[in-house]
Design a protein around this ligand. Structure first.
Ligand SMILES: Nc1ncnc2c1ncn2[C@@H]1O[C@H](COP(=O)(O)OP(=O)(O)OP(=O)(O)O)[C@@H](O)[C@H]1O
Length: 681
């Protein structure tokens, strides 16, 4: 059923806010109305709604220290504001940083802006994401993930290299963005006190709680940018759908049969496995379509794909062929994918949920917020009008929560707390958060860091230890950095660096369900009864032995591109170790050392076999199960440590390592003295 409202619901305008009107006829009619592909890029820039407001907007931005800018998706905020500022000479003394919650957005936006400025990427316009820096001394406009700016702040809390920080997609409220809010605010204040060059902070989004943001940023004015260049038609289902995968499939093929082949489709699903399964089904069906139905190229897009593979979605499909992109929420904000005319929104997302009571952080599939649904719709209608098919009813849409709950209120905070302390924040418990995490969550994170030896308490205050300082040097979760730092004691740094890199890159193995038997047979030769970490290490060693031979990778269902990335990550982690003067070495085939080191670093995620054959997480006494993908699935080891928990029908432990109870006791005697089974403790 079509629905007319092609904009997010009307916004309330705050007194004192500035409103920039947009007259569609003014730009569109005067300029050639050809497709974007053939329209010169400078003409495209002038057709954007933001262009009409440029002089007044610059006037405002020149005067303000803080600004909240709200404008429709596709109005030109992200690509134009940094260029306008630069061209007008605002903030020329330093760099203009534009933060993005996701790396794919940071990379693609930098590419687009470099193209608009007719310069080579990495010169005037560059980007920095984890494990990749494409900037130079000439770079003035720097797109970066919020996490990277936060890391820079550890070395330079006043962010002195920057004169403007644009915090884009602020509505996403990732934990890094939320911490950055406090960091830039503090940097701004300190710079004023020290008479340094002022720092301008611009917060942008299409869908955000302006009152909250304005209040937080010293009652800063809100600049409303009116106008959407191209309309988006929204469709809802008549009835609730029990199976969104099936509904997505039907919608894809309905569009495929009816729409011209140049109209590409972007489908929002929840995770890699679902996306790969849907991709296979689409490809199978596409082979058997009636005559007259053109070919289709199906492109999966999710965070654990290597960057080069992620960027495939931006390449045009061959002529006469439809591009169907199946994506997680990584394509939800900021990105413009050329050719996308249709968006299909499952209405679901996989997100972290943390319970301070149980201490467990789990990934679970849940409904999106309204803000996310509008962002998803906003990926259509960027080059011309578009449509968004919501695989849920209008009533269901109405019942969605308006804004996504900030990640800081639903994730494990140990990493953030460690970073805050490394930033020199005197009282982490009272950090200036826009939305405060619960006291229990903060306490639980500090306890976790204390257990890892990263912090200590003195007279009621929490301090970073020397170990904690070193841990903060790694762009990793604290338990990973701790494991790396412990590895020289067990002479297994090479092995631990490989394992941590393999776990950071995520999907290094393919597991096509249709080839389950073949996969099992191929994996058998690497499989270790000592667990998934050692199995992964065996595969990695074999991969290096054959120098990444493509044929070998295919036979063994190994993702050769991701394995290449593992090597890069490992090299960077090794550099950090060397800077910390660590003595790196290998234990050869002595895997007991490796497991012992893992037990000492990751002991907080330990589980114990119960007499009835079930498992309990030792930290929280929560029932957990071994994920079927684990090599330990068939066995019943007495003690394991696991990498993460996945919540589906049950709480599954993924990536397990067999450990001894004695090692856990050695690692944290007091802690485990209370927790282990009586016979062990
Ligand atoms: N890579 C690209 N290829 C083609 N056109 C692009 C590209 N990036 C941006 N554009 C064009 O510029 C327009 C503005 O994009 P921009 O990202 O600046 O908008 P925005 O207001 O920041 O949107 P959002 O809130 O969705 O991030 C797009 O709608 C599109 O027409």
């Amino acid at each position: 059923m079509p629905n007319d409202h092609d904009h997010p619901p009307a916004k309330k305008f705050k007194p004192g806010s500035v409103f920039f009107r947009y007259d569609k006829n003014k730009s569109g009619m005067l300029l050639p109305r050809k497709g974007n592909a053939t329209t010169p890029i400078e003409v495209q820039r002038k057709q954007l709604p933001i262009y009409q407001a440029k002089p007044q907007l610059l006037n405002q931005l020149r005067q303000l220290h803080n600004a909240i800018l709200i404008g429709e998706t596709g109005s030109g905020k992200t690509t134009q504001i940094p260029q306008y500022l630069y061209e007008a000479g605002i903030g020329r003394q330093g760099l203009i940083a534009i933060t993005q919650p996701r790396r794919v957005a940071a990379i693609s936006l930098a590419g687009r802006v470099a193209e608009e400025k007719r310069t080579q990427l990495g010169k005037l316009v560059g980007y920095t994401v984890r494990f990749e820096d494409v900037t130079s001394s000439e770079t003035k406009l720097k797109f970066m993930t919020d996490g990277m700016l936060l890391r820079e702040a550890i070395g330079d809390p006043l962010l002195l290299r920057y004169t403007v920080v644009v915090l884009d997609e602020a509505h996403e409220r990732t934990v890094h963005t939320d911490v950055l809010f406090g960091v830039v605010k503090a940097a701004q204040r300190r710079r004023r006190e020290l008479n340094k060059i002022p720092l301008k902070v611009i917060v942008m989004s299409a869908t955000m709680d302006v009152d909250l943001f304005s209040e937080y940023f010293n009652k800063s004015p809100v600049l409303y940018l009116e106008g959407r260049q191209h309309p988006i038609q929204i469709y809802y289902t008549k009835h609730p759908q029990s199976d969104y995968l099936q509904a997505a499939l039907i919608t894809i093929f309905q569009i495929h049969q009816e729409a011209p082949p140049s109209h590409d489709i972007l489908v929002f699903m929840t995770g890699q496995e679902e996306i790969e399964a849907l991709a296979r089904t689409c490809r199978d069906i596409a082979k058997h379509l009636p005559d007259g139905c053109g070919p289709m190229v199906v492109i999966p897009l999710y965070a654990s794909l290597p960057p080069a593979q992620q960027l495939r979605c931006f390449q045009p499909a061959p002529k006469g062929c439809r591009k169907v992109i199946l994506s997680t929420n990584i394509a939800e904000t900021s990105v413009t994918i050329s050719g996308i005319k249709f968006v299909i929104d499952s209405g679901m997302v996989k997100a972290k949920r943390f319970s301070p009571d149980s201490g467990l952080e789990v990934l679970a599939v849940q409904r999106v917020s309204k803000a996310q649904a509008w962002q998803r719709a906003g990926r259509a209608g960027r080059e011309e009008s578009g449509s968004c098919y919501r695989l849920y009813t209008e009533n269901e849409f109405d019942s969605l929560i308006p804004m996504t709950v900030p990640e800081i209120q639903r994730c494990n905070l140990s990493s953030v707390m460690l970073q805050l302390m490394a930033l020199g924040v005197p009282d982490v418990m009272n950090f200036d958060f826009m939305s405060k995490p619960s006291t229990e969550a903060v306490r639980s994170a500090v306890n976790h860091l204390e257990l890892l030896g990263a912090v200590e308490r003195k007279e009621g205050q929490v301090f970073l230890t020397a170990l904690g300082k070193k841990m903060a040097s790694f762009p990793l979760e604290p338990r990973y950095s701790k494991t790396i730092l412990l590895s020289p004691d067990y002479s297994c740094s090479d092995e631990i660096l490989s394992i941590v890199s393999l776990l950071s890159v995520d999907t290094v193995l393919f597991n096509p369900p249709a080839k389950r038997e073949e996969v099992l047979a191929a994996r058998k030769k690497f499989s270790s009864s000592e667990g998934d970490h050692i199995t992964l290490l065996n595969i990695y060693r074999a991969f290096k032995k054959v120098s990444g031979n493509k044929e070998w990778c295919r036979e063994n269902f190994v993702n050769s591109r991701n394995m290449g990335l593992v090597k890069d990550v490992q090299a960077q982690l090794r550099d950090i170790c060397l800077k910390l003067n660590m003595k790196l070495g290998s234990c050869g085939s002595e895997m007991g050392n490796v497991r012992r080191c893992i037990a000492h670093g990751m002991f907080v995620n330990a589980a114990e076999l119960q007499p009835d054959g079930s498992y309990l997480a030792l930290d929280t006494h929560q029932p957990v199960s071994i994920h079927p993908s684990s090599v330990l699935f068939q066995g019943k080891p007495a003690y394991v440590v696991f990498n993460e928990l996945l919540h589906t029908s049950r709480c599954y432990m993924r990536d397990l390592c067999l450990v001894d109870a004695d090692w856990l006791l050695e690692a944290a005697p007091e802690y485990f003295g209370r927790k282990l089974h009586p016979s062990k403790s």
